[in-house]
Design a protein around this ligand. Sequence first.
Ligand code: 5RP
Length: 223
Amino acid sequence: MTQDELKALVGQAALQYVTPGEIVGVGTGSTVNKFIDALATIKDQIPGAVSSSEASTARLKALGIPVFEANDVGELSVYIDGADEIDAQGHMVKGGGAALTREKIVAAQSRRFVCIADETKMVAALGAFPLPVEVIPMATARLVRQFDAMGGTARVRLKDGAPLVTDNGQHILDVTGLRISDPLGFESTVNQWPGVVTVGVFAHQRANVCLLGTSSGVKTLNF
Ligand code: 5RP
């Protein structure tokens, strides 16, 4: 099976976690796009979605799924999103699509985080994927030095030769060379640094369930 087929498989499998009559939290990325396509087939059963990015909002609306503002709804029963890395405890690295801050906000608003991913995303320890960090641009140079002091190399993510601007109007640093042996502690520490909007480690908002697409089908991991 191709990676794209594995993504479609887990996107479809995630429908079992959608509660009829309830608003669903929707993440961002190519795997979530498959979930949104699947969600459209049962759109008459749900009031709509809370979205974690302008890209997902556009796709949801194009498929006729109403999108609610996070501030206008209460707690959500489920948030469904992909990951760049996930470990055996459900800790994740996210933000490859630059939507990490809104993803963490909607995840925090939800009782259960269902991660959908193909098997290449499962890792023994977080840190091989360049860690995305959303930052306020005036803090960039100092944050690069702080990551350097930690043994990491931080680079501003570019798009068409200029710094990528997130949905929140900020920039992304991608940090390589880090060993994230304590995801909870690491997330707390980096989130305290002035100028950091959100670090892409999701340990406090870890996954409760992972639907992992494998060549032998969908494997369900409960954390
Ligand atoms: C976007 C994310 C995505 O969930 C993550 O990058 C995985 O994306 P994909 O499903 O395309 O591999 O965190 O900010």
